[in-house]
Design a protein around this ligand. Structure first.
Ligand SMILES: CC(C)(COP(=O)(O)OP(=O)(O)OC[C@H]1O[C@@H](n2cnc3c(N)ncnc32)[C@H](O)[C@@H]1OP(=O)(O)O)[C@@H](O)C(=O)NCCC(=O)NCCS
Length: 209
């Protein structure tokens, strides 16, 4: 079995912008978030439908929250990836590393795709980039935390290979202040890679690259 620490280091997103062709033929650029992305990022979050914003951890229509997210990316604990089309952000991904203590090999992944760009493979592309970053940081376990109504997210993470789920009833509050069940999905990084390599071999990933 391949150990996560033996996964060959991927090309760094710090310097590389990747062009990706989506299922509908549109071309987008995947790159690391820059400090000057605040305005683009703010526009992206404000344009999300209320339903997609409602279950996010913070109120991203508050500009200071978006500014904080962008600055936070500089402290090395959070990796942020954006997907850009025509100068605007169409998807956003984050990998948060606990980085110390009992969680030092655990990373959490978060992905948001603009409504008009969903179901084109973008969420999977962003996930793949974040898993690259996770292996660079020598993370061994990846977790995703969702509220129960986030069904699309639940499906994509299952499809990506997250194979364990834990539910804490009424543990977090959505942006309307309603208590929601928290679902924690988890997967060893090595299993995610194996699954993705298989999908690559099946041609499923190739069309996204
Ligand atoms: C969850 C989310 C990131 C998925 O992004 P996406 O770009 O649509 O994902 P993909 O196109 O890569 O989907 C891959 C597969 O996941 C499954 N999937 C994704 N969204 C789904 C949905 N809404 N319903 C059912 N299955 C879904 C499908 O199997 C899909 O493959 P298919 O389109 O070939 O059937 C996007 O719906 C989103 O941003 N939702 C709102 C925010 C959110 O809940 N984020 C997750 C918090 S961590």
């Amino acid at each position: 079995m391949m150990d996560a620490s033996t996964v060959p280091p991927p090309a760094s997103l710090d310097t590389i912008e990747k062009q990706v062709t989506l299922k509908d033929g549109r071309k987008v650029t995947v790159r690391r978030m820059h400090a000057d992305d605040v305005e683009r990022s703010y526009r992206f979050f404000c344009a999300l439908p209320t339903e997609d914003r409602k279950y996010l951890r913070v109120d991203v229509t508050r500009r200071e929250m978006v500014e904080r997210r962008t600055t936070e990316a500089d402290d090395g604990r959070v990796e942020r990836v954006v997907v850009v089309h025509d100068g605007g952000i169409v998807a956003d991904g984050a990998l948060e590393l606990e980085g110390h203590g009992w969680g030092d090999k655990v990373a959490e992944v978060r992905i948001i795709v603009a409504r008009d760009w969903q179901r084109l493979g973008l969420g999977s592309v962003v996930a793949r980039e974040l898993f690259h970053r996770a292996s660079q940081h020598r993370a061994v376990r990846i977790v995703a935390r969702l509220m129960r109504p986030q069904e699309g997210a639940h499906r994509i993470f299952r499809r990506l290979g997250f194979n364990e789920e834990f539910l804490i009833p009424e543990h977090v509050r959505d942006q309307d202040g309603v208590w929601q069940d928290l679902i924690i999905m988890r997967c060893p990084l090595e299993d995610l890679w194996r699954d993705m390599e298989r999908k690559l071999a099946d041609g499923d990933w190739l069309r996204h690259r």
